[in-house]
Design a binder for this molecule. Structure first.
Ligand SMILES: N[C@@H](CCC(=O)N[C@@H](CSC(=S)NCCc1ccccc1)C(=O)NCC(=O)O)C(=O)O
Length: 209
């Protein structure tokens, strides 16, 4: 099997959960920055005219959550039972709901919407706190069961960008805070976050965070 190619802009955005899954699991991949000639060269190749995309040999896949699930199926990151897989899907869909709200704030309503968004953030984080508390995720670092899943990389990245937006947003959520600190302490994540590639990469495409 050839090396995976992750085709995305040089931002964290919807690509970072994929990058951290690959890095933390020692899965080799090539990063392709499609920003240089997006409209003419890359956009027409994409099934929905969007990125991120994962090239897996001759197989090209778009939609960030489909990419996460594809890698999870191939690399044992989708739980041990059908019920665990369903719960992982449920949490990942919850992550997608909040990520969509975050993306809309960042790109469409930052100046006027930031204060209201941050004020409502506890209501958005509470369901994750309750779900992860019921699973002892503060100790295991796993949102479902006792094995990390693709939803852990997506949720951890979501918490990461929200801690930048609202540094104290986890102070009232001890499980989420411990779970996020567990993520940051993972050797693969620590090593990756020390790279220049990570440090120089903006969170979003418009410079807002
Ligand atoms: N559902 C898709 C969404 C992919 C997506 O939005 N990709 C963006 C890049 S990732 C991202 S979060 N972009 C934010 C752009 C945005 C601007 C304004 C409002 C909402 C989003 C993209 O390809 N833009 C270029 C283009 O469409 O020509 C996925 O999860 O991969």
């Amino acid at each position: 099997m050839g090396k995976y190619q992750l085709i995305y802009f040089n931002v964290r955005g919807r690509g970072e959960a994929i990058r951290t899954l690959l890095k933390d699991n020692g899965i080799d991949y090539e990063e392709i920055n499609c920003g240089n000639n997006w409209q003419k060269e890359w956009k027409p190749q994409m099934q929905f005219g969007q990125t991120p995309a994962l090239r897996d040999n001759d197989f090209l896949l778009v939609q960030s959550n489909a990419i996460l699930r594809h890698l999870a199926r191939k690399h044992g990151l989708y739980g041990d039972t059908e019920e665990e897989a369903a719960l992982i899907d449920m949490i990942n869909d919850g992550v997608e709901d909040l990520r969509s709200k975050y993306v809309n704030l960042i790109y469409r309503n930052y100046e006027n919407g930031k204060d209201e968004y941050i004020a409502d953030l506890p209501n958005q984080l509470q369901p994750f706190e309750k779900l992860l508390s019921s699973n002892g995720a503060d100790r295991s670092g796993c949102c479902v069961g006792t094995k990390r899943s693709f939803a852990d990389y997506n949720l951890s990245d979501l918490l990461d960008v929200h801690v930048v937006l609202a540094p104290k947003c986890l102070e009232d959520f001890p499980t989420l805070k411990a779970y996020y600190q567990q993520y940051l302490a993972r050797p693969g994540i620590l090593e990756y976050r020390e790279t220049e590639a990570f440090k120089q990469r903006p969170i979003n495409g418009n410079g807002k965070q």
